[in-house]
Design a protein around this ligand. Structure first.
Ligand SMILES: [Zn+2]
Length: 325
């Protein structure tokens, strides 16, 4: 599932392909966006794409004259850039949700359910990025992470009774962190995912201030990998440290999707457990909970949650063994 680093790579891909070029055509299959085009008479053709960038998990394109396009991948979406004579450009894939054509390239948005068009700032009220917390992946590098803005939101009081594991996924507090980054950040800070925000110490906050932008930037620079090369080599040389064959996708993280394997730091067994990430009332007033699996090392992170006994790693693990529960 794309998180901040993956969305930023898509933004770089589109910026390289589109920026400085006039839009030949822009189209979509999403009903709401079609309605916008109907109401606004599609003002995009003939205007130049100025820049494509991202904030958190939103990708935004600035277009001459104060126009913008914006996409959100949710679970499976992606942008693909091809030549105008490529099969994807010529035949319209059924997964296509939107496309932007410039003279020498076609950018096609596949499966993503969100593609918005707007006239005016994307940060204005109602804009796609208006509600977001500071970006975990600042364009000017990890040291440019807006710690004040993150603390203002985190420590406002509204989140004191929430767990740190839940609040790291809250895009209004800090933007761009998803399930793999939160597990890796909490492990790096030796933090129990069930620690309440109101109980975070100065040491915890100092670590999060540092590790949120550092790990996100590292993942962006290394194709989503969060461990250094020496740990990749260590895993590659020891089949007990990874699932399946020693392939790139199995040798990426400290704890994420390493359930029942040894922690790379202390050797204890990495565990996973579903964690409540959001509580809300449904239409009938019933309290609903949204849960996501969190991966962690009980020893490094000093957790106190109840856990079932460890299941031994299978010799030939099934695909399910390493998949999200
Ligand atoms: Zn450990």
């Amino acid at each position: 599932m794309p998180e901040g680093p993956e969305v930023r790579r898509a933004a770089v891909l589109l910026d390289d392909a589109l920026a400085g070029k006039p839009i030949v055509s822009l189209s979509t299959r999403l009903k709401k966006t079609l309605a916008w085009l109907d109401a606004n008479g599609n003002p995009f053709p003939g205007r130049t794409v100025e820049r494509v960038w991202s904030h958190g998990k939103w990708l935004v394109g600035d277009v001459e004259g104060g126009l913008h396009f914006a996409s959100h991948f949710l679970m499976w979406g992606r942008w693909q850039v091809v030549a105008p004579d490529d099969e994807l450009a010529v035949t319209r894939d059924r997964r296509e949700r939107a496309r932007i054509e410039v003279p020498d390239a076609v950018a096609v948005l596949l499966t993503a359910p969100k593609f918005r068009l707007l006239d005016g700032s994307p940060y204005a009220e109602g804009g796609p990025v208006a509600h977001l917390g500071p970006d975990a992946l600042p364009y000017d590098g990890p040291e440019a992470f807006d710690v004040d803005a993150w603390h203002d939101r985190l420590l406002s009081g509204a989140h004191h009774e929430r767990t740190v594991g839940a609040v790291l996924l809250d895009q209004t507090v800090v933007a761009g962190i998803g399930n793999y980054l939160r597990a890796e950040i909490l492990h790096a800070c030796r933090l129990d995912p069930w620690t309440l925000v109101g109980d975070l110490t100065d040491r915890d906050l100092a670590c999060l201030n540092r590790e949120i932008p550092r790990i996100t930037a590292y993942a962006f620079a290394h194709g989503g990998r969060t461990i250094p090369p020496e740990q990749v080599e260590r895993m590659r040389g020891n089949s007990a440290l990874h699932y399946g064959e020693a392939r790139e996708h199995n040798l990426r993280h400290w704890v994420f999707r390493r359930t029942n394997l040894p922690c790379l730091v202390c050797g204890d067994t990495v565990r996973q457990k579903k964690q409540v990430t959001r509580r809300y009332e449904d239409a009938e007033g019933n309290l609903e909970e949204k849960k996501r699996p969190i991966y962690f090392c009980p020893t490094c992170q000093n957790t106190t949650v109840d856990l079932p006994p460890v299941r031994k790693k299978k010799r030939t693990p099934s695909r399910r063994a390493s998949a999200d529960a």
